[in-house]
Write a protein that binds this ligand. Structure first.
Ligand code: PLP
Length: 371
C-alpha cells in the first residue's frame, strides 16, 4: 500500500468541470481573466459562509498578508509580533514594508504562538500582533485579541490553513481586525493554482485592501492611483473553480476531522512512549495537516517510509534562525518552543479521500513502531 503525504489526484473528481470552466471563461465575450464577476461571486459566497462584512480575493495567502499589513499603514519604525515557528510570509510581509517582525515563541505542544511571550514583547512600537493557526490547531485567539485590545494594537489573523475552523463559535479569519485565507493547493480550501482572500468587518480597511490589491486604483477610475499598491489580483477561472469546489468543502472538512479524531484516539496511549498527538476535540481545530510531535522522529519517519507512508517535516529551521531574518533575531534571545517544534514535528497523511483502510493502516503502522 502506497500512501503519499499529499494526494496524487487532488482534483480528479473536478477534471471535466475545470475544463468546462476554462473554456467558458476563455471564450466569454467579456474576455475578463481577473477580478471579474466570478471573483465577486466567490467573495459574496465567502461573506455568506464566514459572516465577514468584507471579503477581498487576492493573489495568494502571502499576498493577503502583504495587503493586510500595508492596509494598517505599518512601516519603518513599527513592530509586528509574529510566531517564530511558522510559514515565512508572517515575517516577510512585515519586513518588506520596512517594519520589524518581532518573533514570539510558540507553545511546544500546540505549536501556535504563546500569548505570554506576545505580552512580554509588546513595546511602544508594536502596531499589530499576527498570530497564525498552525497545522491542526487555531491560535489562542480569545487571549490574543484581549491582549491586543488592552494595548491598543491590531490583530492580523493568519488563517491561511484554517478556513472552515471555528473557535468558541467564531469562525477562523473573523477574530482579527483582518484575517487571511490561502487557496494554495494543499490548504483546506486549496485550488489548482494560487489565491487567497482577506476578510474584515471594517469598511475602511476593506476599501484600502481592495485598492491596494490592484495598484491603488478604486475599481471605477482607471489609471487613478490613490495609493502605492501591489498587483495581488485574483483569477477568474480559479474563482469559478472555487465556487464549484465550495459546495463540497464542508464534507471534506468533516472527513478530515473524523480521520483526526480516529488518529488522536489511536495515538493517545503512545504519549508516554514519546509520541504526542494534537489535543483531542473539535473546537479550534483545522485539519490542514495532522502533525505529531515525535521524540524519535527520524526513526519513525524512516519506518513509515519503509511502510510506504509519506510524511512531512514542516519548518525544520525556526524563522529567527533563517539567514533572511537574522537581523530580526536579537543576540542571546532563544525560542525553545519553536526549536522543539522544528525538531519533533512530523505530519502524516490526512487528505479527505483516504479510505478507512488507508487511515487504519497509517495508525497501525505508527502503533507498531512504538510497540
Ligand atoms: C501557506 C501559508 C501561508 C501563505 O499562503 P500562500 O497562499 O502559499 O502564499 C501563510 N501562512 C501560513 C501559516 C501558511 O501555512
Amino acid at each position: 500500500m502506497t500512501i503519499p503525504f499529499f494526494p496524487p489526484d487532488l482534483f480528479e473528481q473536478d477534471r471535466q468541470t475545470f475544463k468546462d470552466l476554462l473554456y467558458e471563461v476563455g471564450t466569454d465575450p467579456e474576455q475578463r481573466f481577473i477580478l471579474g464577476r466570478r471573483t465577486a461571486a466567490l467573495e459574496a459566497e465567502l461573506r455568506l459562509t464566514t459572516g465577514a462584512g468584507h471579503v477581498i480575493a487576492c493573489s495568494s495567502g502571502t499576498g493577503g498578508l502583504n495587503l493586510a499589513v500595508q492596509a494598517l499603514g505599518i512601516g519603518p519604525g513599527d513592530e509586528v509580533i509574529v510566531p517564530a515557528f511558522c510559514c515565512q510570509p508572517v515575517a516577510s510581509s512585515v519586513a518588506n514594508l520596512g517594519a520589524t517582525p518581532v518573533f514570539a515563541d510558540v507553545d511546544p505542544h500546540t505549536m501556535v504562538i504563546d500569548p505570554d511571550d506576545v505580552e512580554r514583547l509588546i513595546s511602544e512600537r508594536t502596531r499589530a500582533i499576527m498570530p497564525a493557526h498552525v497545522f491542526s490547531i487555531m491560535a489562542d485567539m480569545p487571549r490574543l485579541t484581549k491582549i491586543a485590545r488592552g494595548h491598543g494594537v491590531k490583530v492580523i489573523e493568519d488563517a491561511a490553513v484554517a478556513e472552515g475552523a471555528v473557535l468558541d463559535g467564531v469562525p477562523s479569519g473573523r477574530w482579527g481586525d483582518l484575517g487571511v485565507f490561502s487557496f494554495f493547493q494543499v490548504k483546506a480550501f486549496g485550488t489548482a493554482g494560487e489565491g487567497g482572500v482577506v476578510l474584515t468587518d471594517d469598511p475602511g480597511l476593506a476599501e484600502r485592501v481592495r485598492m491596494l490589491r490592484n495598484h491603488g486604483q478604486d475599481g471605477v477610475h482607471r489609471f487613478v492611483h490613490h495609493h502605492i499598491g501591489q498587483n495581488s489580483r485574483f483569477d477568474e477561472i480559479l474563482a469559478a473553480f472555487q465556487l464549484h469546489r465550495h459546495a463540497g468543502f464542508e464534507d471534506r472538512l468533516e472527513r478530515r476531522a473524523r480521520i483526526a479524531d480516529y488518529y488522536t484516539e489511536r495515538f493517545a496511549p503512545l504519549a508516554e512512549r514519546g509520541l504526542l498527538a494534537p489535543p483531542a476535540g473539535r473546537d479550534g481545530r483545522c485539519y490542514y495537516v495532522y502533525s505529531l510531535l515525535a521524540r524519535r522522529r527520524g526513526d519513525l519517519r524512516a519506518w513509515l517510509t519503509e511502510q510506504e507512508i509519506g510524511t512531512h517535516v514542516y519548518y525544520p529551521v525556526p524563522l529567527p534562525g533563517q539567514p533572511a531574518f537574522a537581523r530580526y533575531a536579537p543576540e542571546g534571545r532563544e525560542w525553545p518552543g519553536a526549536r522543539y517544534a522544528s525538531d519533533h514535528n512530523l505530519a502524516i497523511p490526512i487528505w479527505p479521500h483516504l479510505t478507512d483502510a488507508q487511515v487504519e493502516y497509517v495508525a497501525d503502522s505508527i502503533c507498531e513502531f512504538y510497540a
